[in-house]
Design a binder for this molecule. Structure first.
Ligand code: ADP
Ligand code: ASP
Ligand code: MG
Length: 405
């Protein structure tokens, strides 16, 4: 008997009717002779609704209470799905993250899973039950409830698949697989049959919201076979695996993008050996995630430093820099908002020089100014003005021959 972990996202459990469909999908999997563990998200946009409720009460709600609030969303779905599966004539049992044995680090809002004790789940599977686990949540060693970051139910599913040594983890969602770019914005986006772990990790980290980046990390580290597929259309999805087949020898596999980026520039930074270490250590200690970094020295012997952050973190970043002005030793801070990051990803880049050059040429032809650049072996990212983001994505998608013919 095999073991399959199935995960259904918010849109796939957005109504009672959809929850019934999920129950049917679970039943079909058991009829293929498999044990099934199901991970679900909160119904529809209910996590957003909860976030908005909290914002009505406080601009900066207490993070512990925020986790207490947000985890209720998934708890609604697990109970309803368990009832729906019972209606299908199967036995099911629902578990919160804590009951499922999911321990996380003691951080609220964006905790990493540190351990999974599968004893309770395995006991129920042995008893012939379908086990339903609330996605996106865990508990610290001290018994505090935590969440894994927005979109984190994917991570619950893949981490459980790894811990239970499942045969496969199916991520059911509102698209039929991973596309060359977000099909919601680019109509010519094409579904990929397979994507490598490394490519998917880059795509997810660079803004392709179809999979939570940490889910891909778990999949890669524990070699979990993941398939992203539609909860409505019963067709083959996209398999995430070690080495993706080189479809049509494409150098670039996909285009990812992310808006709400801000470029912060620190002018007149003392050009000492330790200035960079001090500034980035200070930001890290305040949980500020810095992405692209550019440094240049001026004739006067000081340095100008630019780095990109998510706009959401701008106020906190400015505060940290202001609070530490004397220690850091700089003249002035500038911030440029309304930027976006557009990235091309593909493992074929390793052996094909000129990919970055082509990307810059395409952006130039489209009169799109590049504000910052970063590269790795398998990706090139460019920061552009937000208003040019989709134009850049479409032009690159076309130029790298990713579009549907
Ligand atoms: P779920 O609620 O099932 O977790 P999400 O909204 O988190 O669903 O993820 C699915 C969405 O991801 C799609 O509706 C799509 O708009 C978006 N997306 C972004 N990039 C891609 C991509 N490259 N391929 C497919 N979907 C993508
Ligand atoms: N419900 C959570 C969210 O909306 C987790 C998830 O859907 O994966 O972010
Ligand atoms: Mg999601």
């Amino acid at each position: 008997m095999g073991l399959i972990v199935q995960k259904f996202g918010g849109t796939s459990v957005g109504s009672v009717e959809k929850i019934r469909n999920v129950a049917v999908c679970v039943k079909e999997e058991t009829e293929r002779g498999n044990n099934v563990v199901v991970v679900v998200s909160a119904m529809g946009k209910s996590t957003d609704t909860l976030v908005n409720l909290a914002k009505e009460i406080s601009a900066q709600p207490n993070k512990r209470e925020m986790d207490m609030l947000l985890t209720t969303g998934e708890q609604v779905t697990i109970a309803l799905l368990s009832m729906a599966i019972n209606q299908q004539g199967l036995e099911a049992v629902s578990f919160t993250g804590w009951q499922a044995g999911i321990t996380t680090e003691p951080i609220h809002g964006n905790a990493r899973i540190s351990n999974i004790n599968t004893t309770a789940i395995e006991r129920q599977l042995t008893a012939g039950k379908v086990v339903i686990v609330a996605g996106f949540q865990g508990v610290t060693e001290d018994g505090e409830i935590t969440t894994l970051g927005r979109g984190g139910s994917d991570t619950t599913a893949v981490a459980l698949a790894a811990a239970l040594d499942a045969d496969k983890c199916d991520i059911y969602t509102d698209v039929t697989g991973v596309f060359t770019t977000d099909p919601r914005y680019v109509k010519s986006a094409r579904k990929l049959l397979s994507v490598s772990y490394d490519e998917m990790l880059e795509l997810a980290n660079l803004g392709a919201g179809v999979l939570h980046p940490r889910a891909v990390e778990f999949a890669k580290n524990y070699q979990v076979r993941v398939e992203v597929r539609s909860s409505i259309e019963k067709i083959e999805g996209t398999v995430i695996e070690e080495e993706a087949a080189m479809e049509q020898n494409l150098v670039v596999r996909g285009v990812a993008f992310e808006d709400e980026i801000t470029k912060v520039t620190v002018l007149g930074l003392a050009n000492s050996l330790t200035s960079l270490a001090t500034i980035f250590t200070t930001l890290a200690q305040n949980q500020i995630n810095v992405d692209i970094i550019i440094q240049s020295t001026t004739e006067g012997g000081t340095a100008n430093l630019s780095f990109s952050i998510q706009t959401l973190e701008l106020l906190e970043t400015l505060k940290v820099l202001e609070d530490n002005k004397t220690e850091l030793g700089y003249d002035q801070i500038d911030a440029e908002n309304k930027l976006a990051k557009v990235s091309i990803v593909g493992s074929g880049m390793i052996s094909n020089p000129g990919v970055a050059a082509k990307m810059f040429a395409v952006l130039a032809e489209n009169q799109i100014q590049i504000k910052m650049v970063s590269t790795s072996e398998i990706k090139v990212s460019a920061v552009v003005e937000e208003k040019n983001m989709l134009k850049a994505v479409e032009a690159l998608h076309e130029a790298f021959e990713l579009a549907n013919n």
